[in-house]
Design a protein around this ligand. Structure first.
Ligand code: ADP
Length: 401
């Protein structure tokens, strides 16, 4: 051991320096480790945010595409992959993916002018069919394409959102048809009334009381037809509004409801010489529903079975039975039946089966079965029809308890 102070001092300095060096190294190592960990955390955060972002876009029901300035797809969400058949979309030209020329043109318009495009495009359903039964009709899209603001120097991106608005489009179409059909149905009796009024205003008509009465009788009949169409339209509109309180639900006996209707139709039954049977094999079932609408349902079905079949030997059976979990109500007749081609349409508003030439007079408003179907559905039930032309027609309602 040396006691030389210089050496001792040098040793002390060396020890201090070594300590410092070690300390620095440890510090540097710790910094390096911390920085690597921070880097890893940052990468993880980035991955997490990217995944979150993708999950968010995938959770959108709308199709979302991001497109570059050359109309190539940069990104697509799950809805896009689903609608465009799960094909690889990224990197492909939008024109190859979008299936319909007008969709392609809408996106091209936004890309070339840089201005947003928002329009409704109706395409053929077969382009989007997901199975071979799904090829009829049209599919409506709301296209919303706009350039996304990009930071300085970054290439610009255009986002294209396609929203499936087929259901709204169909509802609007049904409304348009309804207005057109209703106007048409009302115009005919109004034109007839106007014609007779013009005749009456002419002196010759007014001078002959018998003729005047005859004209007034015809006008009265057509005015009644107008008011029946208007009443039926109001009933349909109330049922379709789906507003709470539309139905006044209270239990009632099926037999008394059916007997009320049969009593009201007694003159028609007699006129047709028809035989009408009311059968309730499980006693008198209690229906939980709005008696007003059930009276309309029974009236329209029984009246149809009579007025559509004015031929001798007509038998009509009206029945109701309690079954496990449901009630079944039926109106069957052995009349002319309904052709198979018309069956899918008879519940549509204003739909009438083309009549034989001998049956030229229009007997109903064409709204009877639409009211029946809507009233049954408003009570949570379903209605089915089975018919063999020339032999029978059976309407069966199933009402869950
Ligand atoms: P309408 O007011 O003309 O009776 P509906 O909606 O009640 O209209 O019925 C639609 C069409 O369905 C009728 O025009 C008729 O051709 C057919 N139809 C309905 N019920 C029967 C039935 N029991 N027998 C034969 N045809 C029927």
């Amino acid at each position: 051991m040396t006691s030389d102070p210089a050496t001792a001092a040098a040793l002390a300095t060396a020890t201090t320096l070594a300590g410092c060096w070690l300390w620095h190294r440890r510090l540097a190592n710790r910094h390096a480790r911390e920085s690597a960990a921070a880097q890893e955390r940052f990468q993880q955060q980035l991955r997490h945010e990217r995944d979150e972002h993708a999950r968010l876009l995938d959770s959108l029901g709308d199709v979302l595409l991001q497109v570059d300035d050359h109309a190539h797809i940069l990104a697509a969400n799950a809805a896009a992959r689903e609608w465009f058949g799960q094909r690889e979309l990224v990197g492909r030209p939008a024109r190859e993916v979008l299936l319909d020329d007008r969709l392609v043109a809408a996106v091209a318009h936004c890309l070339s002018r840089g201005t947003p495009v928002r329009e409704r495009i109706v395409t053929a359903q077969h382009l989007w069919a997901q199975n071979e039964h799904d090829t009829h009709g049209t599919r409506a899209w709301l296209v919303d394409a706009a350039r996304v603001p990009a930071p300085d120097g970054s290439p610009s991106v255009t986002r294209v959102v396609l929203r499936d608005v087929t259901a709204e489009h169909q509802t609007e179409q049904i409304r348009r048809d309804f207005v057109a059909n209703a106007s048409h149905e009302l115009r005919t009796p109004l034109a007839i009334i106007n014609g007779y009024l013009e005749n009456l205003l002419d002196d010759a008509g007014v001078e002959d009381p018998a003729m005047t009465r005859h004209f007034l009788g015809i006008m009265h009949k057509h005015a009644e037809r107008i008011s029946r169409i208007v009443e039926d339209m109001l009933v349909i509109s109330r049922l379709e509004s789906g507003e709470a309180g539309t139905l006044n639900v209270e239990p009632f006996g099926f037999r008394s409801c059916a007997l009320d209707v049969i009593e009201r139709l007694e003159p028609v039954i007699r006129e047709h010489g028809a035989e009408l049977r009311l059968v309730t094999p499980t006693g008198d079932p209690r229906i939980h529903g709005d008696r007003f609408y059930w009276t309309q349902v029974m009236f329209n079905l029984i009246e149809n079975s009579l007025k559509q079949n004015p031929r001798p030997g007509l038998r009509v059976e009206v029945g109701c039975t309690d079954e496990p979990g449901c009630q079944r109500i039926w109106v069957n007749d052995n009349g002319i039946g309904i052709p198979a081609a018309d069956l899918p349409h008879i519940f549509r508003r204003f739909y009438r089966v083309q009549k034989h030439h001998s049956q030229r007079e229009i007997k109903g408003t064409g709204l009877g079965l639409s009211i029946v179907k809507r009233a049954v559905e408003a009570h949570g039930g379903t209605i089915d029809v089975h018919s063999i032309p020339g032999r029978e027609t059976q309407f069966t309602i199933t009402l869950p308890r």
